[in-house]
Design a protein around this ligand. Sequence first.
Ligand code: 5GP
Length: 143
Amino acid sequence: MPDAAYDNGNIFSKILRGEIPAHKVYEDSDVVAFMDVMPQAPGHTLVVPKAASRNLLDADADVLARLLPVVQKIAIAAKTAFGADGITIMQFNEAPAGQTVFHLHVHVIPRHEGVALKSHARGMENGDVLASHAAKLKAALAV
Ligand code: 5GP
C-alpha cells in the first residue's frame, strides 16, 4: 500500500480539474495525456488516469486496465511523431523510487540511438516548444 493518503492538491489533480494549463494531446472519459513540462527527451508525455490514486500501489485494477491501452496508443504515435528509435515507459511509486507528483501517471519518452535521457523533473522546457511537440503528437494520434 502507499505511504500516505491521496492528496488532491497535487499538480496533476489541478490539471485534471482545469485549474492549471497543460499541453494536452489526448483525452477520453478515463484518461488524459499531456506533455511533461520538464521533458527528459523531446516528446516526453505523461499519461494520467482521471481516477484519484497516489500511484500504482493504490490504483484500482480496472483503472489500470483502461490506462495501459492509452499508454500504448501514445507510445506508438510518439515513435512516429518524433522519429524515435524506441520508447521508454517509466512509472515511479513513492519518493524513494523517484516519484515527485503523487497522482498516478506513466511516462512515455521517445528515445534515439545513443542519446541519453536528461535528468528527471529538472529543466523547464519553453512553452512554444511544448506546444509544437503537442501538435506533432496530436497529428500522429489522428492518423
Ligand atoms: P514523477 O517524478 O512523479 O514520476 O513525475 C512527475 C513528472 O511531472 C516529472 O517528469 C515532471 O517533470 C512533471 N511535472 C512536474 N510539474 C508539472 C507540471 O506542472 N505540468 C506538467 N505537464 N508536468 C509537470
